[in-house]
Structure formats: C-alpha cells, structure tokens
Design a protein around this ligand. Structure first.
Ligand code: NAP
Length: 320
C-alpha cells in the first residue's frame, strides 16, 4: 500500500509531492494521461513566479517542478483516475484501465477547467474557430480577426499573445472596466492590434464549418449587433474540477472543495485538497504551490498520528 497518493500534476500536486517525498513518504502522483502539468502547460511567459527574474515558460516551470519531485522519490503515473473510494482508513484509487491502488492518505489537487459561455454552437464549433487556449491554437489564426471574451488576466494574456499572429484582436467584455491586474491591462491598452468592445456579451456564434461571426448583446441597452471574426477565444475564468468527488467530499456553494479553515483537511479523514480546486479567490501558481505544501504537511502529520496510535500495540505485541 502507498503512504500517499497525489491526484493532479499542477503546481499544487507537484509541490505536495516534493514535500511528501522529502518526508520519505514516496508519493505516487497521478498525472493525467492527456494533459499532465496542469494549466501552466498552456501558458507562455510566467513573470510572477518568484525565483525567475527574467520569467520562465509555463511548460518549463512544470518540467522543473516534476524533476524536483522525482529527484526525491516521487513516482509519476500518467493515468486518468476514474473512481475514488475514500471513506475508510484504506483509500482506493481506480484508474482508467481498472487498476486499483491503495493508499493511507490522498491529496486531491485536480485544479480547474475552462469555463464555457453556455451557447448552443460553442461545442459544435470547438476546434473550428472556438478555443480556450491561445498558446495551443493561436498559430492557426495568422492574419485573421479574433475575438477574446473576458476582462480578467487570462483574457488580457490571451489577447496580447494572439497579436503575434492576428490581424486584429477584439476584446469583448460585459462591463466597462477590466478585472485584470493593472500591468496586464496596460499591456493590452498599449497594443495597437487590440480593440475593446465594452458592455457586451456574446449571445450567438455563427458559422457552418468554422466560426464566421458573433452576435453581441449590449448589456446596457439590450441592443444586438454582429461582429465578423474568424476565431473566438473564451477566457472567462475556470471552475474547480470536482467530478470525481461529487457526493464523496463536501463542497462549498461556489463549487470548491470544502477544507477546514486554513488547513487542507477535507470532510474525510486522511483526504486533503490543494490548489485551484479549493481556491475561489487567488488561483495563482504560487498560491497553488503554497497550498500543496500545506496539504503535504497535513498529510504527513495525519500519517504520523496514525503511526503513534499503532505504535504502542506493536511494542506490546513484540514484548509478548
Ligand atoms: P477571472 O479573474 O475570474 O476573470 C474572468 C473574467 O471573465 C471577468 O472579467 C468576468 O467578468 C468575465 N466573465 C465571467 N463569466 C463570464 C460570462 N459568462 N460571460 C462573459 N464574461 C464573463 O478569471 P481569469 O482571468 O481566468 O483569472 C483567474 C485567476 O488567474 C486570477 O486570479 C488571475 O489573476 C490569475 N491569472 C494570472 C495571470 C498572470 O498573472 N499572468 C494570468 C492568467 C490568470 P467580470 O469582470 O464582470 O466578473
């Protein structure tokens, strides 16, 4: 049986792994089979992770975190976890091929997934002009007109990155002020390829085989208008990835996993949660990493307490 299984391979998962491995707990970390490394794998320059004054590329930062975790004995399995049995003292983690792995403690760090607009044609045109990842798909929009939806840091980052390829990028935001940090806002305002459409939501996406345009609704007047575009990048935030633990762990009303105060302790003993899956507010790589640290330390203390309870019996049995 494993001491600790960590589910998730973003900054929270790998930081938890570094701490657990250095505590001699030989963690097994399940990274997804398709997209290991979490959200930073879809990011270019990471300029705000301490220790990299010149910035670092997101995928390179994740490679370094993984290498550091493996250096101390973390085993990484590129498997998708499909079911969890977490209620008892022995936790059981099932992967896509049906293999069940047992552990004494589990750290749940599955991150968050891109939010959708919820429009009828969004899924149909996904991959045909609709995208959630500029670094993945931006290259296909050379000299094209692109719209980016959202007013946060993600939208500014996507819009700025897309100007490397696009003829024009139109940022469409539902209010008149951006939510993004001042530095990201300014970078977008200073970029002559970026235009802004304020107080507008997307109420329709048109196109037969690929995106050709949008219907916009003015949030103040209610009037509708159309905008011709070749690509739509949706950057309206993320939702915690909790499908695996619905009905298993308690959730907050915002959908994040409930944890006890400032700890990583979930509603089940021996199960800890970290990173975006518990965080409705900050959602930074560095806060996720800090949260992964807390989870590893909480798990370590939990296992040590179990061993302390078991120890007197062991000593007694040996003496008999
Ligand atoms: P966010 O900060 O939650 O912003 C989401 C944006 O989308 C908001 O402007 C919101 O509008 C808008 N929005 C939400 N739902 C919408 C809908 N249904 N239709 C239209 N617009 C909608 O999300 P984020 O930009 O993904 O950022 C998440 C976190 O990651 C933040 O803490 C951010 O700082 C961080 N981040 C940091 C960096 C960086 O530092 N380099 C890069 C990316 C992300 P309202 O403003 O009206 O609410």
């Amino acid at each position: 049986m494993q001491q600790i299984i960590i589910i998730g391979s973003g900054p929270a998962g790998f930081t938890a792994a570094i701490y657990a491995a250095r505590a001699g707990l030989e963690p097994l970390l399940f990274a997804s089979s398709v997209e290991p490394g979490g959200e930073l794998m879809n990011t270019t320059d990471v300029e705000n992770f301490p220790g990299f004054p010149e910035g670092i590329q997101g995928p390179e930062l994740m490679e370094k975190m993984q290498a550091q975790a493996e250096r101390f004995g973390t085993k990484v399995a590129y498997d998708d976890v499909t079911a969890l049995d977490l209620a008892g003292d022995v936790k059981r983690v099932t992967t896509a091929d049906g293999t069940v792995t047992e552990a004494r403690a589990v750290i749940f760090a599955t991150g968050s997934a891109y939010r959708k607009l919820g429009l009828p044609d969004e899924d149909r045109l996904a991959g045909h002009g609709v995208s959630w990842c500029a670094t993945c798909d931006g290259f296909f929009f050379k000299d094209k007109n692109i719209a980016v939806i959202g007013g946060g840091d993600s939208a500014m980052e996507e819009a700025t990155f897309l100007t490397r390829f696009a003829k024009k990028v139109t940022v469409i935001h539902r209010r008149e002020g951006l939510k993004a940090s001042k530095i990201m806002q300014q970078r977008a305002f200073d970029n002559e390829k970026i235009e802004f459409v304020w107080n507008s939501t997307v109420s329709g996406i048109s196109g037969d085989d690929s995106v050709t345009g949008l219907t916009l609704t003015d949030t103040v007047t209610g009037e509708t208008s159309t905008l011709d575009i070749d690509g739509l990048f949706i950057a309206i935030g993320n939702d915690p990835r909790t499908q695996l633990i619905h009905g298993v762990l308690d959730l907050n009303s915002d959908g994040t996993v409930w944890v006890d105060g400032r700890t990583s302790k979930t509603s089940l003993p021996g199960v800890f949660a970290a990173g975006d899956v518990i965080d409705p507010s900050y959602r930074q790589a560095i806060t996720a990493a800090g949260s992964g640290t807390a989870a590893a330390l909480d798990a370590e203390h939990y296992l040590a307490a179990l061993d302390d309870v078991a120890a007197p019996e062991t000593v007694g049995a040996a003496a008999e």
